[in-house]
Design a protein around this ligand. Structure first.
Ligand code: F6R
Length: 564
């Protein structure tokens, strides 16, 4: 077994990965989820007897209870990963003289979560066993070899003949070919291979024309992951939040907009006073007040944005408590945070942040809920109802994409030649208006402005909007609704074209709007931003496409801003 942390080329130079004996093998590039990116946490993982090896993607939700149980039985774990429970559980079952496939089936049935695995056993050295639950896995069939991978591009240079393994299925690859079974009862599944007509670049985008669109469509799946994050880290973070007298939410760009939305969540749900601050302004704006008693929650997709790290460094120097929320385990932010949470949205390639924004919102909503529970601010019934709604949010987002995408495409075509846009919102909707503006500006180079609706009265209404100007309103049916309706009437009277993101069946706004897209009703205010941003992400994307721009590579922008 050869494994280490670092860039693939560096690990290859150190170990010569080509020089391995045998006819079958497992390889894995780890996007760290549980445990730091270190050699010991790198895959594959093996059992105590070095007989079963496994690589895994995704999350095994109930790993910590299984690990405790197995440790009591004498198993020694080497890593901090969720993955390792898999091998020890099989080992335990093999001890009871189960066949390998029975041990595998029982193990898979015990594991909860969304994951895919590939495993080998020394005593059956010509087979690869694999399985997936809500996590992609595909078999590739070459002339003299079979492959299995989470991503088709890995085997595309060798073969275009592929068979998808569906959720809840396991497969066995051998010299004879492949067999697929349902994990639940091991019944046989018959599925023929298909030819993939993608070139490598399309395959990396899973058939989508751009990464931005793929990543918008990834959101139901990334949100499913975020509602399965490790309880212990959420608990620990909540303990620190509970101790905070006041909380500074510090970030740049899209992450800052997540902070804004979170400030409503924390104060409304958990009665915690929070201050969203631009990282670039942190030292000047509140630097003098930061002390050992201050708590800073820094948000950064990359974990490397210079302004965010500078704010964190300043606060650390004042001995403040640093908490981090970042998509990249092993990033600088994870190293300087007392506790960090990784929403595990997976790599985001498109420069415009999309899936990492909704993943951040989902984690922040969960933290606000946990804190509310800890502080006794919600009744049992309220808590139960929020939890149920949170579980439904990935499906809600999936339906919003399915039902609204074509409508958004048409709206983008209609407004493609407009030279500027206004976005309006209130409450958490104002954070979404800001994020919609940022998405449009960065992918389309169009001047655009977000206004929180009461500010319309503070000078804005003075003829800044001219006839035909597009005004996009975020209109959840919460306490802000009446005020939004009034603002729409006022802006409409100026001759603006009204485009509204409304909840299904909002007849009042439908009657006022020139165009509208619908999100779902009955999504609590706290979670509504997660669905409301989706049509605006799609709008920015389709505007760029109809205007002949590349949404993945906006001019003069990089994914992580590491200069000041
Ligand atoms: C917007 C975008 C940027 C980032 C900002 C912060 O789509 O990508 O505005 O949000 O540069 O980056 P992180 O979150 O990596 O600190």
């Amino acid at each position: 077994m050869k494994k280490d942390h670092g860039k693939i080329d560096e690990v290859h130079i150190l170990y010569n990965l080509d020089d391995l004996p045998g006819r079958i093998g497992l390889g894995h590039i780890r996007w760290a989820t549980h445990g730091a990116p270190t050699q010991v946490n790198a895959h594959p993982h093996v059992d105590c007897l070095n007989q079963v090896a496994v690589v895994q993607n995704g999350i095994i939700e109930n790993y910590s209870e299984i690990r405790q149980e197995l440790e009591t039985l004498g198993h020694v774990f080497k890593s901090k990963t969720d993955t390792e429970v898999f091998t020890h559980l099989i080992e335990e079952k093999l001890k009871k003289n189960l066949s390998f496939t029975d041990a595998l089936r029982e193990t898979l049935n015990r594991l909860e979560g969304a994951f895919s695995i590939a495993t080998i056993w020394v005593k059956d050295p010509d087979k690869i066993f694999c399985a997936q639950k809500e996590c992609s896995l595909t078999i590739g069939l070459g002339a003299n070899a079979a492959y299995v991978s989470s991503d088709i591009p890995t085997f595309l240079p060798m073969t275009k003949k592929a068979v998808r393994i569906e959720s809840g299925e396991a497969a066995i690859l051998s010299e004879k070919g492949y067999e697929i079974h349902k994990i639940a009862d091991w019944s046989h599944v018959s599925r023929k291979p298909k030819m993939i007509d993608w070139v490598l670049e399309t395959a990396e985008k899973e058939g989508y024309p751009h990464f931005m669109l793929k990543e918008i469509h990834d959101q139901p799946s990334t949100l499913r992951t975020t509602i399965r994050l490790q309880e212990e880290y959420m608990e620990l973070m909540t303990t620190f939040l509970d101790r905070a007298n006041e909380l500074y939410l510090v970030a740049c760009g899209t992450s800052y907009h997540a902070c804004l939305a979170a400030s409503y969540m924390f104060s409304k749900m958990a009665f915690l006073s929070t201050h969203p601050v631009f990282a670039s302004e942190f030292t000047a704006q509140i630097g003098r007040t930061v002390t050992i008693d201050s708590t800073i929650l820094a948000l950064s997709q990359s974990g490397e944005t210079t302004d965010t790290l500078a704010a964190v460094d300043y606060a650390r120097f004042q001995a403040a408590t640093i908490l981090g929320l970042t998509n990249v385990v092993g990033s600088t932010l994870t190293r300087v945070s007392r506790v960090y949470i990784c929403p595990q949205a997976g790599p985001e390639i498109g420069v415009a942040a999309t899936k990492t924004f909704t993943a951040q919102l989902s984690v922040l909503a969960q933290l606000a809920l946990k804190l509310a529970e800890k502080r006794g601010k919600l009744s049992y019934q309220e808590m139960k109802s929020y939890r149920e709604k949170l579980k439904q949010i990935p499906d809600v987002v999936e339906r919003v994409i399915q039902t609204q995408e074509n409508k958004v495409k048409k709206i983008a075509k209609k407004y493609r030649d407009q030279p500027y846009f206004f976005f309006f919102g209130r409450g958490t909707g104002s954070a979404i208006a800001l994020e919609g503006t940022l998405k449009l500006m960065e992918t389309n180079y169009l001047p655009s402005m977000a206004i929180t609706t009461p500010e319309v009265e503070q000078g804005f209404i003075s003829d800044a909007i001219q006839s035909g100007a597009p005004a996009i309103f975020v209109c959840p049916k919460d306490a802000t609704h009446k005020q939004i309706v009034d603002a729409i009437k006022e802006i409409k009277a100026k001759g603006a074209s009204i485009i509204a993101v409304i909840e299904e069946g909002d007849e009042e706004i439908k009657a006022l709007a020139d165009d509208y897209v619908e999100v779902e009703e009955d999504v609590p205010e706290l979670l509504c931003p997660i669905q409301c941003i989706v049509p605006l992400q799609l709008f920015a994307y389709y505007m760029a496409v109809v205007r002949g721009l590349d949404p993945d590579r906006p001019r003069n922008l990089t994914k992580a801003v590491t200069v000041r």
